[in-house]
Design a protein around this ligand. Structure first.
Ligand code: DHE
Length: 501
């Protein structure tokens, strides 16, 4: 049976340097031949990916070089990636790992023609029933990303049973996004594949490869357009939300023509627009999605490169941090001006923050990826109200209007099996849970009514744990392979307080 080389990138947050510089020309030539003989059947002639993921420096930047080599040598359990230790010598394994982390001889490109050629329509929406063909509450379904074996589960949020399960493309990242009525879900993988799935009929409708290395996607307020933000090539891709056909390919070029990668794209429903974060130029873009948009960006100039951001609940303001600065800034989206500075130590992860009402005022809380603390900010004065010490740096925070707590994980460090509950009024840690000692507990999502919540145990022998959100009693444990994010349809389409947007 033909051996297959399928690398996986599931190395959390490990941003690593590129290849060593010391390979001889002959060793590189041998590595290129080994790639052709062993790898390209699954990973593609140009390393853009095929049945296996893309093997380009951009796609591999999150995995340590030693792990790249280890996967080539030993394979990857629960995937089709076989180990090559018995096939290639140690020196050739080293050279192959190095080769994969170098840019290919021909710079990678992914044109509008390539995008169109990748488009496939799997089911005709017009012929499918326009009402739910299952007996679960369509607004209380969860879309669960099972990252360990690259699957998506559709979960009934009343009975906590899996209604459907299907294979996703490699490394789904970021929150799937929904049509305004909650019928359709749009899913992006790091390898650029976008999938459209019908939650009424539990069927895949269409797929398209919008880029080689994608950040995330957003759906317009009226559900007509899907906007995809790419690192490689650096561009925005507009798709027709009904069938994912290509509408527009917009290169991400700064005012002076400098190319940029796109960090992330978001929908701002009250503004009827998309907001775009650029990685390499000091600009934020706003694209109107009203009626027949012309897709011309409104450029908002920023003082610095913006790495991470979030919005005020009314979407008038943008809270942004740059990884270089020791703090954040507030940009008024109407005037396009920076209106305030925020004191935020460490590396706050604004995109994973959450907000709620406290004493009649909005507060915003953000975890921090470099320090064990949660910063709480008053959204009127932009003053830091409190820094809450936690057991370690966290990645995700979540709450619900009916929950007294904001749930925060401790993603990094020895206490990564803990989950900490912040009392939303006292701003004290009210509870610390350790659902499966020794295994990472991360990312929470509430049911539509907020009565229960689902927590991920982020391990190959992991689980989704259902808790009663008030008594904190465990209700059910559903075994899963590295469940990562999970998203409640009702909470997401209502842009509900406490969930991610
Ligand atoms: Fe994410 C959301 C960026 C690493 C899991 N992550 C997002 C979003 C952005 C982002 C901009 C919001 C997009 C959206 O939902 O539409 N993530 C980044 C990074 O820049 C970073 C630090 C490095 C990178 O190379 O991308 C990064 N993210 C990770 C991981 O290592 C995680 C833990 C595992 C993984 O799947 O790669 C991870 N990110 C997630 C998840 C969400 C997410 C589960 C959705 C959160 C939500 O609740 O909506």
């Amino acid at each position: 049976m033909k051996r297959r080389l399928l690398l996986t990138l599931a190395c959390l947050g490990a941003v690593q340097g590129g290849a060593a510089a010391s390979l001889s020309g002959a060793a590189l030539e041998q590595a290129a031949q080994d790639y052709q003989a062993q790898c390209q059947g699954c990973h593609g002639v140009q390393r853009f990916g095929a049945s296996g993921p893309a093997l380009l420096p951009e796609s591999l930047s999150r995995i340590k070089p030693a792990e790249v080599r280890e996967v080539i040598a030993k394979g990857r359990p629960a995937s089709q990636m076989a180990g090559y230790a018995g096939v290639l010598s140690d020196a050739r394994l080293d050279a192959l790992a190095d080769y994969l982390q170098r840019p290919p001889a021909t710079p990678p490109s992914w044109s509008s023609e390539d995008i169109r050629a990748s488009h496939s329509l799997l089911n005709d929406i017009g012929r499918l029933p326009a009402t739910p063909q299952h007996n679960a509450d369509p607004l209380n379904l969860f879309v669960v990303v099972e990252a360990g074996d690259h699957h998506i589960d559709i979960l009934d949020g009343d009975r906590f049973t899996v209604l459907a399960r299907f294979a996703s493309h490699f490394a789904v990242h970021g929150g799937p996004k929904f049509s305004p009525d909650g019928r359709f879900v749009y899913i992006a993988s790091r390898d650029g594949w976008i999938s459209l799935y019908d939650l009424y009929n539990l069927k895949l409708i269409a797929e398209i490869r919008a880029g080689l290395n994608t950040r995330n996607l957003a759906v317009s307020k009226d559900g007509r357009w899907v906007l995809v933000g790419n690192y490689l090539p650096g561009n925005l891709i507009v798709l027709d939300a009904r069938d994912l056909s290509l509408v527009r390919n917009i290169p991400a070029l700064g005012q002076d023509g400098s190319p940029s990668r796109v960090s992330a794209v978001y929908t701002a429903p009250p503004r009827d627009s998309f907001i775009v974060a650029l990685k390499d130029v000091k600009e934020v873009w706003e694209l109107s999605s009203r009626d027949t948009p012309d897709w011309q960006p409104r450029r908002i100039h920023a003082e610095d490169y913006l790495d991470d951001f979030s919005f005020s609940p009314d979407y008038h303001q943008l809270l942004a941090t740059s990884r270089k600065a020791e703090g954040g800034q507030v940009i008024d989206l109407d005037s396009g001006r920076a209106v305030s500075e925020i004191a935020l130590p460490g590396m706050p992860h604004l995109g994973s923050g959450t907000y709620w009402q406290r004493n009649g005022r909005w507060v915003f809380a953000t975890p921090n990826i470099s320090k064990g603390l949660i910063s709480v900010i008053d959204l009127e004065t932009w003053k830091l109200i409190k820094e809450i010490p936690t057991l370690g740096p966290g990645f995700f925070m979540r709450s619900h209007i009916n929950s007294p707590y904001a749930w925060s994980d401790v993603f990094f460090g020895p206490d990564n099996d803990a989950i900490q509950l912040i009392d939303k009024q006292t701003l004290e840690i009210a509870h610390t849970l350790r659902p499966m000692p020794g295994k990472t507990a991360a990312h929470v999502e509430f049911t539509h009514d907020g009565r229960y919540l689902l927590l991920s145990i982020w391990a190959s022998d992991g689980a989704l744990i259902v808790y009663d959100s008030h008594s904190l009693k465990e209700i059910k444990r559903i075994p899963m392979n590295k469940p990562s994010g999970k998203y409640n349809v009702g909470n997401k389409i209502e842009f509900a307080e406490g969930t991610s947007h």
